[in-house]
Design a protein around this ligand. Structure first.
Ligand SMILES: [Zn+2]
Length: 86
C-alpha cells in the first residue's frame, strides 16, 4: 500500500506503529494504520491534502478495508475465545 509522494515523487507509506502493535496486537496495528497519516522516507510526514484526489480516494477505501479487516479479526478472536471456553 504505497503512494507516490506529492513532493519528491518517492514512495510514501502509511505510518506504522510498533508500539500499537505491541499494545493491541495485529488488530490494534490494523486499526491504527487505518487512521494513521502517511509519511515519505525523504520528506517525513505528509498531509492528506497534499495528495491528488485520486490518491485520497484510494486512501479512504484502504482505510475502510483496514478498519473492517481489524474488526473481522477481532470478532474472530472473540469467537475463538468463546469456543475455547465452552
Ligand atoms: Zn517525498
Amino acid at each position: 500500500m504505497a503512494y507516490k509522494c506529492p513532493k519528491c515523487g518517492g514512495v510514501a507509506s502509511r505510518a506504522h506503529s510498533p508500539t500499537a502493535q505491541q499494545a493491541a496486537g495485529l488488530v490494534g496495528a490494523l486499526i491504527y494504520m487505518a487512521f494513521a497519516g502517511l509519511s515519505c522516507v525523504k520528506c517525513g510526514k505528509l498531509q492528506r491534502s497534499e495528495f491528488s484526489d485520486e490518491d485520497r480516494g484510494t486512501m479512504v477505501r484502504n482505510s475502510v478495508l483496514l478498519f473492517v479487516g481489524g474488526l473481522v479479526l477481532l470478532a474472530a478472536c472473540v469467537g475463538l475465545l468463546i469456543a475455547i471456553n465452552d
